[in-house]
Design a binder for this molecule. Structure first.
Ligand code: AMP
Ligand code: TRP
Length: 346
């Protein structure tokens, strides 16, 4: 952390915020890169706020019934992964209008040149950028609003979101500078552990993603034990045995990915895993990995099923979370309007 960030952030109560899009089945990548860490953070004495970002999800087409189901399923995945709604604030974004309001205000602070550098937009819009929604382009400013409306200081995310958190810092700094205030903190991305970027099981150069057309490329949190075992068995690898040290994995992305997954699931470092399996082939390593993954994920998918049998309870939890979120976010948005010179007379 730079000195100036440290001095600015010292004025703010430490607070953690993160979000996940309810745009499909959550994957092992979401679990290791996000959910598992979200649950750990809630016991560190810092307020934790977790959001199902349904307004981000609609930047690409979502079938309305599917979006409703996926939002509840994602809430179930949070809870099943250990996020406790009594300890953390858990809610869906569209129920707290502060996000949309602050996003507009920040749209007027963010610069086109900054938005044009966002690699996730380029990846998602692809060659047909003319046909992408305006929302997909403005998405990072909404994400900045999500973070800043809670005066968030720390944002646990996977590696792919680092650029968006850095943009958030730029937007906060420009706002503070232009209006001569120290109103927004400079949130830090928290990217740690062996699984900040879990890769596809079919292609070690692509991240594991819920939107990949190939289901075999990912482990879904709703996959049953047989499916998990089969996907790991079929995961792409090379023919070499595992090396003696992790340096031996540097040119072997698929092998490295499986070792990292094993490390994250077993709470070890990748170096420890390599030491344990040195010289062993994938015929030994893959079944061990499949067993470990089933042991860790089966209770989560069972619990998700149980929670999904009572969506009224899930909706109640999200509504209550939204009330708590609103209580923090509303005054920040009101103050932002005021700083920018909007008359507030009711
Ligand atoms: P998304 O599914 O894009 O909404 O991502 C939600 C969270 O999961 C973000 O913090 C991402 O960085 C994280 N995440 C998504 N995919 C992966 C992956 N393959 N490896 C690690 N983290 C991931
Ligand atoms: N953009 C994130 C993703 O695709 C999701 C997200 C939206 C988010 N708002 C956020 C993550 C705020 C952290 C903080 O993964």
């Amino acid at each position: 952390m730079s000195d100036t960030t440290q001095i600015l952030n010292a004025n703010f109560t430490p607070r953690i915020f993160s979000g996940i899009q309810p745009s499909g089945n959550l994957t092992l990548g979401n679990y290791l890169g996000a959910l598992k860490r979200f649950a750990q953070k809630q016991d560190e004495g810092i307020e934790t706020i977790y959001c199902l970002v349904d307004m981000h999800a609609i930047t690409v087409w979502q079938d309305p019934d599917a979006l409703r189901r996926q939002t509840r399923e994602a809430a179930a995945a949070f809870i099943a992964s250990g996020v406790d709604p009594a300890k953390s604030i858990l809610f869906n974004q569209s129920q707290v209008s502060a996000h949309a309001e602050l996003a507009w205000l920040l749209n007027c602070v963010a610069r086109l040149g900054w938005m044009n550098r966002m690699t996730q937009f380029k990846d998602k819009a692809g060659k047909n950028a003319e046909k992408a929604s305006l929302g997909l382009y403005a998405y990072p400013a909404l994400m900045a609003a999500d973070i800043l409306t809670y005066h968030t200081t720390m944002v646990p995310v996977g590696e792919d979101q680092k650029q968006h958190v850095e943009l958030t810092r730029d937007i906060a700094a420009k706002f503070n500078h232009d209006y001569g205030v120290e109103f927004f903190p400079a949130p830090e991305p928290l990217i740690d552990g062996p699984a900040t970027r879990v890769m596809s099981l079919r292609d070690g150069s692509k991240k594991m993603s819920k939107s990949d057309p190939s289901d075999a490329s990912r482990i879904n949190l709703t996959d049953d034990a047989d499916t998990i075992a089969k996907k790991f068995r079929k995961a792409r690898t090379d023919a070499e045995p595992l090396p003696e040290t992790i340096e031996g994995l540097s040119e072997r992305p698929e092998a490295r990915n499986l070792v990292n997954i094993y490390a994250a699931l077993s709470e070890q470092t990748s170096a420890q895993v390599v030491t344990e399996f040195a010289g062993k082939g994938f015929g030994d390593f893959k079944p061990a990995l499949a067993d470990l993954a089933v042991a860790k994920l089966a209770p989560i998918s069972d619990e998700m099923k149980r929670l999904m049998s009572d969506v009224t309870e899930i909706d109640r939890i999200l509504g209550k979370g939204a009330d708590r979120a609103e209580a923090i976010a509303r005054p920040v948005v009101e103050k932002t309007y005021d700083i920018m010179g909007m008359v507030r007379s009711r």
